[in-house]
Design a binder for this molecule. Structure first.
Ligand SMILES: [Zn+2]
Length: 145
């Protein structure tokens, strides 16, 4: 597998059922967009109800080390629906999709360098943790292609 060996039951253990349900719903809608994915960990941008995307990072099989930029997580430090959506999206994806996700930032860097942008590397670094910027850059790159 090109991703951490997530154990879904362990991830959602002790989590309110409604939160798990919302996370699964987000995954089903395709709201968790994988930005980096390897056995060492996953970074995803997960869209929320108000169209704001949050940044989720997780690597432990039970997601005990998960971090999310949403208010819920900031308030409680507990695994939120965005973490559930991320884990579920990874578990549902085939290996090729996961590999493709992991090539996403290198691909963007290549495209920016082809455009001879001096700040390509810094931009990609910023876009890792900035869902709006990542979408913008990928949109530009796609439009230029
Ligand atoms: Zn969250």
């Amino acid at each position: 597998m090109h991703a951490p060996a997530f154990d879904f039951d362990a991830v959602v253990r002790d989590m309110p059922e409604a939160r798990v349900g919302r996370g699964l719903n987000y995954a089903e809608k395709g709201w968790a967009s994988l930005v980096e994915c390897s056995p060492q960990g996953v970074l995803a941008h997960v869209l929320g109800e108000r169209g704001i995307a949050f940044v989720v990072e997780v690597s432990a099989p039970d997601a005990s080390d998960a971090r999310c930029t949403c208010e819920d997580f900031a308030d409680t430090g507990l695994r939120c629906k965005h973490v559930v959506a991320t884990v579920k999206t990874v578990l549902d994806a085939d290996d090729e999709t996961l590999k493709d996700a992991d090539e996403r930032l290198p691909r963007l860097l290549d495209m920016l360098e082809m455009e001879e942008r001096d700040d390509a590397f810094a931009l990609v670094e910023r876009a890792r943790r900035d869902p709006v910027l990542l979408r913008e850059l990928e949109g530009e790159a796609a439009a230029d292609a």
